[in-house]
Design a protein around this ligand. Structure first.
Ligand SMILES: Cc1cc2nc3c(=O)[nH]c(=O)nc-3n(C[C@H](O)[C@H](O)[C@H](O)COP(=O)(O)O)c2cc1C
Length: 181
């Protein structure tokens, strides 16, 4: 079972980086899946420049094919997302829009941050992921101002609850992908 922890902020000085490190530390101590970081700053995609919508799977560019093979290699995703103007960052939407089949019939969970815990960002992200046939688990970790100041370890239990749901769904969806194939 391979789960990608997708770091959805590329802002210099981003708080999401420390959050992603905490998620990886907690997740990799569990032993039920392998969790790896995907930093969208390293993926470094241009704004969508594919002539054909991803639904058709006709990728023209090497950067798209490289991104497709990365995403295809995972069974599920943890999205680390800040809230920007009541939504999730544009760099994350761009990375999602590039692909289609590689996201399909996989599971996702969320760790969000923002003044109000990033809840609105996650509500919007769930709608977008539904179009990409990603099943999103209910339990989520929402980090508000107090959480970031008071220490992330106070959220370890919620994080484990979310990861438990995610690993179970990611495992179950393997059979859905086998039928689809
Ligand atoms: C462009 C921008 C817009 C933001 N809009 C919101 C917002 O609508 N609601 C909110 O709760 N926080 C908002 N924030 C605060 C961020 O969610 C918060 O600073 C978070 O730590 C940013 O994550 P990052 O440091 O990883 O980029 C905004 C921050 C930025 C940079």
């Amino acid at each position: 079972m391979r789960i990608a922890v997708i770091l959805g902020s590329t802002r210099p000085g981003r708080r999401s980086e420390a959050v992603a490190r905490w998620v990886l530390d907690v997740a990799n101590a569990r032993g039920d899946a392998s969790f790896e970081l995907i930093d969208l700053a390293d993926v470094n995609l241009p704004f969508l420049d594919e002539p054909v919508p991803a639904l058709f799977g006709e990728y023209a560019h090497d950067h798209t094919r490289a991104w497709a093979s990365v995403v295809a290699s995972y069974d599920g995703f943890v999205f680390i997302t800040p809230e920007y103007n009541h939504s999730f960052p544009a760099v994350l939407k761009n990375a999602l829009d590039y692909l289609y089949a590689e996201w399909n019939d996989k599971a996702a969970g969320f760790v969000s941050l923002g003044g109000g815990g990033g809840l609105r960002a996650v509500e919007q992200l769930r709608l977008v992921l539904a179009e990409l046939k990603v099943a999103t688990v209910r339990t989520q970790v929402a980090l508000g101002r107090g959480s970031l100041q008071g220490g992330l370890q106070q959220h370890d239990e919620e994080l484990h609850a979310m990861l438990g749901e995610l690993v179970a769904w990611a495992s179950a969806l393997r059979s859905v992908r086998a039928i689809a194939a």
